[in-house]
Design a binder for this molecule. Structure first.
Ligand SMILES: Cc1ncc(C[n+]2csc(CCOP(=O)(O)OP(=O)(O)O)c2C)c(N)n1
Length: 297
C-alpha cells in the first residue's frame, strides 16, 4: 500500500488533544487507516487513552476497550477469543501501548500472549519514556536521556542504562511476525502495517518509533527528520522477522549519533565520553542486528 492509496476516511479522527507533533497520535492515525473499520482496539493507561480515549470524547470510530495498564496483550487476546466464539475471524484486534506499558509494566502479559500465539496485533508506539505521567524513564528510554526520574546534575547525568530491546525479546518467542518501523520511512511502515493486518490467526508485534516533542525537548516540526536520523545513526534498525526469517530493510548510513542527539534537549548535557558510549552502542547494535539477520536468514 502506498501513501496515495490510504483511504481518506479516518478511524482515529481529528479533534483529539494530543500535543503538536505527537508521534504516538500519528502512528495510531496511520495504523487505523490501514487496519480499517473492521477493527477492535485495546489500550492501557497511556497518552493515547488521555488524548484519544476519554469517554465521551474518544477519537476512535471503532470499538475500544481499556482495562488495566498491565493487561494489554491479554485483554486483546480475550477479545479475539470471544470474537472467534461468535464466528468472527476477520476482525483485527489491535492493542496500542506505549513503551512503558510494553517494556516494563505489560511485559508479562505480552510474553504470555506471544508464547500462546494469540491472534492479535500488538503495536508499541515507542516514545521512549512514560510520557503521560510526566516523562519518567522506562526500560526503553535510551542511554543518557534526561527524564524526570533520570535527572541531570552532579550525581547523575540522564539514564545510565541502555535501551531494552523488546523486538529482540519478541523474536526470542519465535513470534510469527515482529517488525520495527519509524515515521521517517512511511512506505516501509505501511508495508509492515499491511502485513500485520493480513497475516491472520497469529501473534503479530510492531514496534514503532514515535517522537514526543515535550518529552524529548525537541521542536515539534522535527519528528520526521529525527525518525529518519535514528535509523541513519544505527540506533534503530528497520527489520522484519517473519516465520523465523529476519530481514533488514535498510542499511544505516552510520551518521554520528551527535547529529541526532543535538536536535533534542533531552541529550543536551551529554559529555564527549557519553557521546562516545552512545556511538559505540549504535555500532554494536548494528553489528549484532546484522549477525542476527545472518543467523535467521
Ligand atoms: C499499574 C500501574 N502503574 C502505574 C500507573 C500510572 N500510569 C498511568 S499512564 C502511565 C504512563 C504510561 O507510559 P507509556 O506506557 O510509556 O505510554 P505514554 O504515556 O508514553 O503514551 C503511568 C505510569 C497505572 N495506571 N497503573
Amino acid at each position: 500500500m502506498k501513501m496515495k492509496d490510504l483511504p481518506e476516511e479516518d478511524w482515529f479522527v481529528n479533534g483529539h488533544t494530543a500535543c503538536p507533533g505527537c508521534g504516538g497520535a500519528t502512528v495510531v492515525k496511520i495504523a487505523m487507516k490501514v487496519f480499517g473499520p473492521d477493527t477492535i482496539t485495546y489500550f492501557p493507561a497511556n497518552c493515547l487513552l488521555v488524548f484519544g480515549g476519554t469517554y465521551p470524547l474518544n477519537s476512535f470510530k471503532v470499538p475500544y476497550l481499556h482495562v488495566l495498564f498491565e493487561n494489554s496483550a491479554i485483554c486483546a487476546a480475550g477479545i479475539s477469543r470471544a470474537l472467534k466464539r461468535l464466528g468472527k475471524t476477520d476482525t483485527s484486534v489491535v492493542a496500542f501501548a506505549g513503551d512503558g506499558g510494553t517494556a516494563d509494566i505489560g511485559i508479562q502479559a505480552l510474553s504470555g500472549a506471544a508464547e500462546r500465539n494469540e491472534d492479535i496485533i500488538y503495536v508499541c508506539y515507542d516514545n521512549e519514556a512514560y510520557m503521560n505521567t510526566g516523562i519518567q524513564r522506562s526500560g526503553a528510554t535510551p542511554f543518557g536521556a534526561w527524564t524526570t526520574t533520570t535527572p541531570v546534575g552532579s550525581v547523575e547525568a540522564g539514564k545510565g542504562e541502555y535501551k531494552k530491546d523488546i523486538p529482540r525479546i519478541m523474536m526470542a518467542h519465535d513470534a510469527p511476525y515482529v517488525a520495527t518501523a519509524t515515521l521517517g520511512f512511511i512506505p516501509d511502515l505501511l508495508k509492515k502495517l499491511e502485513k500485520a493486518k493480513n497475516k491472520k490467526g497469529c501473534f503479530r508485534y510492531l514496534q514503532i518509533y514515535a517522537p514526543c516533542p515535550p518529552g524529548w525537548r525537541m521542536d515539534a516540526s522535527l519528528g520526521a527528520k529525527i525518525s529518519k536520523m535514528v535509523v541513519d545513526t544505527g540506533l534503530w534498525t528497520l527489520y522484519e522477522f517473519e516465520d523465523g526469517k529476519m530481514t533488514i530493510n535498510k542499511k544505516p548510513k552510520m551518521t554520528p549519533v551527535e547529529e541526532y542527539t543535538k536536535l533534542q534537549g533531552r541529550f543536551r548535557h551529554l559529555t564527549k565520553e557519553n557521546l562516545a558510549a552512545l556511538q559505540k552502542y549504535a555500532e554494536d547494535k548494528w553489528r549484532k542486528d546484522q549477525a542476527l539477520a545472518e543467523a535467521y536468514s
